[in-house]
Ligand binder design. Structure first.
Ligand SMILES: *Cc1c(COP(=O)(O)O)cnc(C)c1O
Length: 361
């Protein structure tokens, strides 16, 4: 069916796979003979419990999540995790953070309210346009964890290799790269992702946490902020974001069907190559991130003038390529090409930019 959909390059909430949206449409008024929409269901009803259980199992299958990790569906987005992480994981009151852009900066600011933060490496000196060398970090013996934002959505960098944590627990914000490629979960103590970038509707974060990191000595912490609360209650201590769980579950099944995360990575690399090859050959546009650290998902780029950048944003929007304006904090342009952006969308945008360049020489 033709819904006049456009290629939406939004950084989040962002595109979802069309077959998933169609399935959701078909089930909207009556979910699989239940006589109701998923939005209308009790989260305690067996029909919804099955939806939640299957979503978790499909995610476990996709990522190969080991049995000693819990999968939690929590509200408050990725932002609440900036606080929950130090509140729950700082046993010695000390943690190491790597600063690579806007989102790690925010996480650092929140962690500082809870304990001592050691910024062991930063790319601030070059406006967060690269990922610093993290092979030999200065990590105090008693640091509780090492924190990274694995894909910086706004600045467009990603880690080519994970930091050497020297035996310390690694905590990673994967919000804007979640499920974009295979992930070896046991390299991490905790992975989390707000789902609205690469998976589903906004308003939920998925936390994958090693069981031994979940503490039961935090009675003074508000109950909702303890990982233990969510782990002990299968993410249903209170009413969860049922709708997001349902939609994410659909996306997990879709990813399994197309060949899992290996296939997703192949498609994402193919898409990103089309874009970066264009930027590298263009005389008008250039990427802003060091080649070795370029994100597969968020591609920031600029011309030599802010006026021309603005003109490009206007022209692309008029042509049906929306949300290419760079984040207000950095300017320029940014194309977010998450899992659900088809190759055809990237190719069409690149063709448009090529033509724009020809016409504006
Ligand atoms: C979007 C984003 C967040 C914040 O997500 P919310 O769900 O809006 O709280 C955090 N980290 C990264 C890397 C993001 O891209």
């Amino acid at each position: 069916m033709n819904y006049d959909r456009i290629y939406n390059f939004s950084a989040g909430p962002a595109m979802m796979p069309e077959p998933v949206l169609e399935e959701i449409r078909d089930e909207m008024l009556n979910y699989q003979g239940s006589g109701m929409c998923v939005m209308e269901m009790s989260h305690r009803a067996p029909v919804f419990e099955k939806i939640a259980k299957e979503a978790e199992q499909d995610l476990r299958d996709l990522m190969g999540i080991p049995d000693n990790y819990k999968v939690l569906f929590i509200q408050g987005g990725a932002t609440l995790q900036f606080s929950m992480i130090p509140m729950n994981l700082m046993k010695n009151g000390k943690a190491v953070y790597i600063e690579t852009g806007a989102w790690s900066k925010k996480a650092i600011a929140e962690a500082k309210k809870v304990g001592e933060v050691i910024v062991a490496a930063s790319s601030k000196d070059k406006n967060y346009s690269y990922v610093p060398d993290c092979s030999d970090l200065d990590i105090p013996e008693d640091a509780d964890y090492v924190y990274i934002c694995e894909n910086e959505t706004i600045h467009g960098s990603t880690y080519p290799v994970l930091p050497n944590t020297k035996g310390h627990v690694l905590v990673s914000d994967q919000s804007s790269m979640f499920l974009s490629k295979p992930c070896n979960v046991s390299d991490y103590g905790m992975i989390y992702a707000g789902v609205q970038k690469n998976v589903g509707p906004a308003g939920m974060v998925i936390v994958i946490i090693r069981e031994d990191l979940i503490r039961d000595d935090l009675d003074n912490l508000p109950i909702y902020l303890q990982y233990k609360t969510h782990a002990d209650n299968d993410s249903m201590y209170n009413t969860p974001n049922c709708w997001a769980i349902y939609c994410c579950g659909k996306v997990f099944k879709y990813l399994k069907k197309i060949g899992g995360l290996t296939e997703m990575q192949r498609r994402n690399e193919e898409k990103a190559k089309i874009f970066y090859d264009f930027l590298d050959s263009s005389k008008m546009f250039r990427g802003t991130v060091a080649k070795k650290d370029r994100s597969l998902m968020n591609v920031p780029f600029v011309t030599d003038s802010a006026e021309l950048d603005a003109e490009v944003v206007k022209a692309t929007k008029a042509a049906g390529y929306d949300n290419l304006k760079g984040h207000r904090s950095v300017g320029g342009l940014r194309a977010s090409i998450y899992n659900a952006m088809p190759k055809e969308g990237v190719q069409a945008l690149v063709d448009f930019l090529k033509k724009f360049e020809q016409e504006h020489k």
